[in-house]
Write a protein that binds this ligand. Structure first.
Ligand code: NAD
Ligand code: ZN
Ligand code: ZN
Length: 346
């Protein structure tokens, strides 16, 4: 079968032919309909050989959806032909975090060598994907795999970040979304669906700001040295109660801190390596700064419910598997509006 692999440090991803996997006991084979292209893949392909934590070659793709093609021995709960999405941040299933459904924060994943598909384990950018347990498959309930697959990360991750700030995002408040890309353009829709807050989107690109407005941002601000002042002016000088940074580079994290109101939540979601000092004279009183990772399985089901209700809709650009390297180039160049999705089987 064809697969999109990162094979050599610093090289571009390649489309290669690899053996088709067969499901062992407890495993499920998925015929992949769609696999999303995330900026985290660009980040991992920029790491040096010394800091690269996974084995090469690595089949990419940590957003996957498709049809159950075969069941390994003993698998129950899913059937051949079921249309499902893959829950990526897989855990041990037994520790206290996993027992709460928060497999993204599994306490034993590292020790047990459990890695998400596409982020260490073979990913979804291939004709077939082996899934280690049926519990990682979330039913799509009639949703289209192509437009829904990005919700497994670009929807789930902002949902997880936003959900816990909901008590602060009451009428009269402002939520700032920095970076209106794959995750950010879904975040804007989630904020509109779940809160009465005014939503301000910040990006370096006018096209992304236009996308932000078209998915519900009330205001848009170009990301430059004047951005913090403009966001503060939009909030009567008080700042925003929720700030969600989907770039996470030093300038945006600094901006996030500068526009955070008293008692605001700041979530650094982008993995650009920026850090925000917290303390007196650094941030406003009682600002909470977090760096959340992905989301829980129950939150993914909630995101799918929002999609079924028509509250979120991912803007997708589709590519055949042979075009996957082009999709990565375009993402790297900031040219994808919304999310690129690879269709490995057609
Ligand atoms: P993307 O490329 O689709 O979107 C990033 C957006 O940020 C783009 O619109 C870009 O123009 C904008 N941007 C870049 N620099 C900016 C700046 N200085 N000011 C304002 N906007 C700026 O990427 P994506 O796939 O949406 O991923 C976003 C980030 O989230 C990446 O860093 C990715 O690695 C990370 N991520 C984190 C998690 C997590 O669990 N924490 C999960 C998925 C992705
Ligand atoms: Zn991702
Ligand atoms: Zn666990």
């Amino acid at each position: 079968m064809k697969a999109v692999q990162y094979r050599e440090i610093g090289a571009a991803p390649e489309v290669v032919t690899v053996p088709e996997p067969t499901p062992g006991p407890g495993q499920v084979l998925l015929r992949v309909a769609a696999a999303g292209v995330c900026h985290s893949d660009i980040a991992l392909m920029s790491w040096s050989a010394e800091s690269f934590p996974y084995q090469l070659p690595l089949t990419l793709g940590h957003e996957g959806a498709g049809t159950v093609a075969a069941l390994g021995e003993g698998v129950t709960g899913v059937e051949e032909g079921d249309v499902v999405a893959v829950y990526g941040p897989q855990g041990c299933g037994r520790c206290v975090k996993c027992a709460q459904g928060k497999e993204n924060y599994c306490l034993r994943a590292a020790e047990l060598g459990i890695l998400p598909p596409g982020l260490g384990a073979p990913g979804a950018m291939a004709e077939f994907l082996l899934v280690n347990d049926a519990r990682f498959l979330v039913p799509l309930n009639g949703l289209d795999p192509v437009t829904t697959v990005p919700l497994t990360d670009a929807g789930l991750t902002p949902y997880h970040a936003i959900k816990r700030s909901l008590p602060k995002l009451v009428p009269g408040t402002t939520a700032v979304v920095i970076g209106a890309g794959g995750l950010g353009h879904v975040a804007i829709q989630l904020l509109r669906a779940l809160t009465p807050s005014r939503v301000v989107a910040v990006d370096v690109s006018e096209e992304k700001l236009a996308l932000a407005r078209s998915v519900g941002a009330h205001e848009t601000v170009l990301s430059d040295e004047g951005a913090a002042d403009r966001v503060r002016r939009l909030t009567g000088g008080l700042g925003a109660e929720g700030v969600f940074d989907f770039a996470g580079v030093q300038p945006t994290v600094t901006l996030a801190g500068a526009v955070a109101a008293v008692e605001a939540d700041v979530a650094i979601v982008g993995i650009g390596g920026g850090a925000l000092p917290v303390g007196f004279n650094s941030t406003a009183f009682d600002v909470a700064v977090t760096a959340p990772y992905w989301g829980s399985r129950s939150e993914l089901a909630e995101v799918f419910d929002l999609a079924s209700a028509g509250a979120v809709e991912v803007r997708v650009e589709t590519y055949g598997i042979d075009e996957a390297p082009v999709a990565y180039e375009r993402l790297h160049a900031g040219k994808i509006n919304g999310r690129a999705v690879i269709l490995p089987n057609g």
